[in-house]
Ligand binder design. Structure first.
Ligand code: G4F
Length: 331
């Protein structure tokens, strides 16, 4: 039985990935930080196969102890402060967890991960935010980085460290440069889920409008369930490498609103959307569009869920959940 250690297991990707790994017969260990972490219960309820271990990406000794105890065949480093807007307000903490956390995890794997015959393999969750003020479109593994937020800067550090550990110490360390990926499990702070959840509440008469920031930026949005498959595939390759994971389609926030409101049966969204400058960012990433040809050719990976299906899935899940809460009187 293969053993996998997942950091960030309580997040959207951690939950999908641990389910995928369990279904493939892995024993999955999830790193949980803090005392009485309320999200831990959710992970266990969803996936009884997961074992939680206490540790923190800010605490090197805890990572050493965890890797020593778990002896994972594979480590998936998904843990991070992942909300770009928050990273502007908590830049140092973002550097600490999203950036230095990668170095600590790599070092723990290098020192106590596996044996010479069976070394631990490492996956780093890199991000299309690293491209920032993009130098070319579409973006590939060779496109230079120009991050536009403390989050993006921290991710570049983590990515470069992963490459460096691969080149310096021969670690089987791969980096997935994932473009935005969403689902019904996405946090409510991200724009897609904020829209589908608010829309469901508008539909049920529980809310009148949605307050949003910049509607002009464009993102290459895929389905998170498809993207965790790519993470696993990267660690099954003989050679470690870096891969862009994207759909090859880009849409503005306006287009997301168009599709979501149409699915919900509205003629237009303008009367329901207000602008709030608090949601604008000090520096914006205007356009992301990924070219995942390398992942398609080398990993045999391609996305299955289309943009329209993604929006529908998220809206319908939110409608069901909001309706259920309404029916049980929690509103
Ligand atoms: O949904 P977002 O917050 O995602 P963002 O910033 O693209 O980052 C996500 O994708 C990255 C991959 O490229 C990940 F690395 C990262 O961890 C995260 O998952 O914002 C998307 C866009 C931005 O341009 C933002 O300015 O939507 C715009 N936006 C407009 N109004 C808003 C809002 N974003 C949020 N969160 N909330 C708004 O009200």
């Amino acid at each position: 039985m293969k053993r996998a250690l997942v950091t960030g297991i309580t997040g959207q990707d951690g939950r999908y990935l641990s389910q995928l790994l369990t279904s493939k017969g892995y024993q999955v260990f999830g790193l949980i930080h803090g005392q009485a972490n309320p999200k831990a219960r959710l992970v266990i309820e969803e996936n009884f196969g997961v074992e939680l271990v206490e540790g923190d990406l800010r605490d090197f000794p805890s990572l050493i102890a965890t890797v020593e105890q778990v002896q994972p065949d594979e480590v998936y480093n998904l843990g991070a402060i992942s909300f770009v807007q928050l990273s502007f307000k908590q830049a140092e903490l973002t550097a600490e967890i999203t950036g230095l956390g990668v170095l600590r995890m790599l070092e723990a794997v290098r020192i106590v991960g596996g044996s010479e015959r069976n070394p631990t393999r490492f996956y780093q969750a890199s991000s299309s935010e690293m491209f920032g003020k993009v130098r070319e479109t579409p973006q590939t593994e060779r496109t230079p980085f120009h991050p536009r937020s403390p989050y993006g800067v921290a991710k570049v550090f983590g990515h470069d460290m992963t490459v460096n550990y691969r080149e310096s110490y021969g670690l089987h360390a791969s980096s997935g440069i994932l473009f935005n990926h969403e689902s019904e499990r996405r946090g409510l702070e991200f724009v897609t889920r904020k829209i589908t959840n608010s829309l469901a509440r508008i539909k049920l008469g529980l809310q009148d409008t949605i307050s949003l920031g910049n509607l002009e930026s464009a993102r290459d949005w895929g389905y998170a369930g498809d993207y965790v498959e790519a993470m696993w595939l990267m660690l099954q390759q003989d050679e470690p490498d870096d891969y862009v994971i994207a759909t090859g389609e880009t849409h503005t926030i306006r287009e997301f609103l168009d599709v979501a409101f149409r699915i919900a049966g509205y003629d237009g969204w303008e009367p329901y959307v207000t602008h709030d400058t608090r949601f604008n960012r000090p520096a914006e990433v205007d356009l992301l569009l990924g070219d995942a040809s390398k992942a398609r050719e080398k990993l045999g990976w391609q996305p299955k869920v289309t943009f329209e299906e993604l929006v529908r899935r998220m809206y319908e899940a939110d409608l069901k959940e909001e309706q259920a809460q309404f029916d049980t009187g929690r509103h």
